[in-house]
Design a protein around this ligand. Structure first.
Ligand code: ADP
Ligand code: MG
Length: 303
């Protein structure tokens, strides 16, 4: 199908806004049928892809376009951070409704671009189409690199390891509750993917996951992958001042790193919140102050 005028204009806009000259890593970015990437010798490539769907991940009436653009990229970068990868390139597929004001797209791209610059990742391509519905759909693909064999996984936690978390928990959930109740927020929460910490953890963490669906759910994933149990110490949770304990335990979209280590991790990097235990038949994956804590974070198709 020949491209529509609007599509070409939008691609031209994206190309201009994200223009980069060839670098050692990106021999060709936007502008050809494929991008050409040159990962450094001795590295392997990590790939992640994440949807940002209107009325599922954001609402046009509640979330400014700039914030949606930031979070769209933050999702993918946080997955790279969780595995200790360095961002290499991003690819953005957009399906936009016919009647979408061009200001929305412009602000979305601005939000995405400022995080891309701060994180030193290049938008190296994507696809653009008219959405068949009234909904905005975006899909971000992130490629990262790590020295071969060094990336972090969910599966290495060992009994005796401490459990750590970066930053503070629950802010995103607390803010969403305010917005859904019709309240106003002074500044929208802009999660900062923990790329620098993730890289540092390559030699220190035994297992790592990013907190996208909520601590109770993501810690369960880590325990299942590592075949261990976890005991949380509720008093030690770094709860954001605007959030409740429930937000910190089950709220999604914090994009902090949850990891385990046998080493002492400095307070300036992360807070110890519990420890890893031996697996035991018929015992719950997680207990908090000794009481079973079932996963209650976000899961698609359950709501
Ligand atoms: P093709 O028809 O070969 O897929 P397109 O016209 O879709 O080519 O894309 C032309 C160039 O613009 C490609 O380099 C593509 O990666 C880039 N591009 C298209 N849409 C986007 C987008 N939403 N974000 C970034 N780059 C894009
Ligand atoms: Mg295309």
């Amino acid at each position: 199908m020949p491209p529509k005028k609007g599509e070409l204009a939008l691609i031209a806009q994206i190309r201009q806004q994200f223009a980069t000259s060839p670098t050692a890593l990106i021999a060709k970015g936007i502008g050809d049928d494929c991008a050409i990437l040159r990962p450094p010798t001795g590295t392997e490539i990590l790939v992640t892809t994440d949807f940002t769907l209107e009325d599922r991940h954001f609402r046009r009436d509640l979330h400014p376009a700039r914030v949606v653009g930031h979070r769209c990229l933050a999702r993918g970068l946080s997955d790279l951070a969780a595995m200790g990868a360095t961002p290499l390139a991003a690819f953005l597929s957009l399906a936009l409704p016919k009647d979408l004001p061009s200001a929305w797209t412009r602000q979305f791209l601005q939000g995405l671009q400022s995080l891309a610059q701060a994180s030193k990742v290049t938008l190296a391509g994507g696809d653009t189409a008219q959405s068949p519905t009234h909904h905005i759909l975006a899909d971000i693909v992130l490629l990262g690199t790590a020295p071969t064999g060094t990336s972090l996984r969910r599966s290495g936690a060992k009994p005796g390891d401490r459990i750590y978390v970066t930053g503070q928990l629950g802010a995103a959930a607390a803010q969403l509750r305010t917005l859904l109740a019709g309240g106003k927020v002074r500044t929208h929460h802009l999660p900062q993917p923990r790329l620098a910490i993730g890289r540092k953890l390559r030699t220190k963490a035994t297992a790592c996951i990013d907190l996208s669906d909520g601590l109770s759910t993501d810690l369960t994933h880590l325990c299942e992958a590592s075949k261990v149990r976890a005991e949380l110490d509720l008093a030690s949770l770094p709860i954001h001042p605007t959030a409740t304990q429930n937000d910190a335990l089950h709220g999604g979209e914090d994009y902090e790193l949850l990891f385990t280590s046998s080493a002492r991790i400095p307070k300036s990097i992360a807070t110890p919140i519990g420890r890893i235990l031996k697996p035991q038949k018929n015992h719950p994956s997680i207990t908090a102050d000794g009481i079973p804590l079932p996963p209650q974070g976000w899961e698609h198709f359950k709501q």
